[in-house]
Design a protein around this ligand. Structure first.
Ligand code: NAD
Length: 488
């Protein structure tokens, strides 16, 4: 049954099918069934979207009317909020979100993120008076302007599609850019609805275009290589991020990248409620398909045996707390696709071969329906040089690594190509802060604090990315800087 609204393209203010009426199927991760159809764009459709975004940037006052933009974007937020039920429906049927997860990052987190962007908008400086300066014997009055960079191509992944779409589209439009949004092939509906609701909110034609495609590469590479696109904002895997940087080089585009992670969760021996803290570290939220999910659990050697016992019980206790489509307390459902299931399972096999001990899970669950279900999985006795500790698995798989002391914990946490998120838990706040300061990652939670919210900058060190999304810094990524000197 087709549960989802038909997903069309949004180009130049018109909701329309792809050239030649081409469509493709949207597969539900819970059942493996077709739940919707999406427009399958051609290169000509992308070209039309780029031309439209270019026109809207070059020939309208979208980029210069800050107040007007703020009003329209506030309306856009309101329209998104009014359509929450549809967004939840899409998150569940298309991205495989469990109901409890939809109420968090998937939908409600994305909507409050949009509000947070509106809240930080007034703190963006469009103009700065840098005063008068005498140089070479005469006075100059100086001004620094911050202006929208132009046309932004936004390429997004499937894991939390609304959250990432809102982060990019919200920030870029507030900055005054015009946008072409390209959602992941598996989650087109969450992109398409962004276009439809933007028009409903009165966002002018061409300001936001949405182009969906069954081909993972063609639309994205067209955006990356086209000289009319000034900036690419990409969220996805590190491998594709590197390719985008390379492909964007000939046109010297501004490129910013939100990439993968293998974040460390350091639980010190003095962490309050040690057992509960360890038990809460199991990787289950949205089946572990989160870029900043702390998937490496670092526990002190002195309490390692205790931690392993706690984890064993935590996983056993979780056995009937996931995989039910209708249970609002569930935060874990299937992984997105058969392809992702195979990928995750190949890491489970690899972990066994590498000599890690499978403490829990590790099996595909066909009994839960025709979808792509993998049990919450945990490997203990993991060494940080194993591939399961170094590579992003992007599934419900936790690896547990013992450490000797604080220095060793910091060393292990930083011994990774990635540097996206991190967690430190300790009864001694200043000790935790010393460790947090030394972790080479972009978002660190100390004692359960929230480091990832719409009004804080989010992004990675090292192979986890370039640039920041969300918050004032996220809006500023879409700005160019101009210095003007007026002879006094
Ligand atoms: P992916 O890299 O395969 O694809 C991401 C997007 O890029 C998709 O829209 C895809 O169609 C497109 N794409 C693929 N090849 C391309 C090319 N050559 N040129 C242009 N575009 C191309 O990633 P995914 O599998 O969709 O998502 C999972 C990845 O995303 C994980 O690595 C995860 O860590 C990462 N992620 C990062 C963040 C973050 O903020 N750092 C957030 C969510 C997901």
């Amino acid at each position: 049954m087709l549960m989802l609204p038909e997903s069309s393209l949004c180009i130049d203010g018109v909701i329309r099918p792809a050239t030649g009426n081409k469509t493709y199927d949207i597969i539900c991760p819970w059942t493996g069934d077709v739940v919707g159809r999406a427009a399958d764009a051609s290169v000509e459709d992308v070209q039309a979207a780029i031309a439209s975004a270019r026109r809207a940037f070059d020939h309208t006052d979208w980029s210069t009317q800050h107040e007007m933009r703020f009003k329209l974007m506030t309306k856009y937020r309101d329209v998104l909020v009014a359509n929450r039920d549809t967004l939840v429906l899409i998150a569940r049927h298309e991205a495989g979100s469990a109901l409890g997860a939809a109420f968090r990052a998937h939908v409600d987190g994305a909507l409050s993120g949009m509000t947070a962007l509106l809240e930080v908008f007034p703190s963006v400086k469009w103009e700065e008076d840098r005063g008068r300066k005498n140089e070479y014997g005469f006075d100059t009055e100086r001004l620094v302007l911050h202006e929208a960079i132009g046309v932004a191509g936004a390429i997004t992944p499937w894991n939390v599609p609304l959250y990432v779409n809102v982060g990019k589209v919200g920030s870029a439009l507030l900055a005054g850019c015009t946008v072409i949004l390209k959602p992941a092939p598996t989650t087109p509906a969450m992109g398409a609805i962004m276009g439809e609701l933007a028009l409903e909110a009165g966002i002018p034609p061409g300001v936001l275009n949405v182009v969906t495609s069954s081909d993972p590469v063609i639309v994205g590479e067209t955006l990356v290589t086209d000289p009319r696109v000034d900036l690419i904002t990409f969220t996805g895997s590190t491998a594709v991020g590197k390719r985008i940087m390379e492909k964007g080089a000939p046109t010297l585009k501004r490129i910013f990248l939100e990439l993968g992670g293998k974040s460390a969760n350091i639980i010190l021996e003095d962490a309050p409620d040690f057992a509960q803290t360890v038990a809460r570290s199991i990787v289950v939220f949205h089946a572990g398909q989160g870029c900043a999910t702390p998937t490496r659990l670092l526990v002190p050697r002195s309490r390692y045996a205790e931690a392993v016992k706690v984890l064993e019980m935590a996983y056993a206790g979780f056995a009937d707390k996931w995989g039910n489509f209708d249970d609002p307390t569930h935060v874990m459902g299937p992984v997105i696709s058969k392809r992702q299931l195979d990928r995750v399972m190949s890491y489970v096999e690899l972990g066994k071969k590498e000599g890690a001990r499978l403490l829990a899970g590790g099996k595909v669950r066909t009994d839960l329906g025709g979808g792509f279900f993998i049990e919450p999985t945990c490997f203990v006795d993991v060494r940080n040089d194993m591939r399961i500790a170094q590579e992003e698995i992007f599934g419900p798989v936790l690896v547990v690594i013992p450490f000797e002391d604080d220095e060793d914990a910091i060393r292990i946490a930083n011994d990774s190509d990635y540097g996206l998120g991190g967690v430190v838990m300790s009864a001694d706040r200043s000790r935790a802060m010393r460790i947090a300061r030394r972790m080479r990652a972009g978002a660190i939670s100390v004692n359960g604090g929230m480091s990832i919210t719409g009004d804080l900058p989010f992004g990675g060190y090292k192979h986890s990315g370039v640039g920041r999304e969300w918050g004032r810094e996220g809006i500023e990524e879409y700005l160019e800087t101009k210095a003007i000197g007026v002879r006094a």
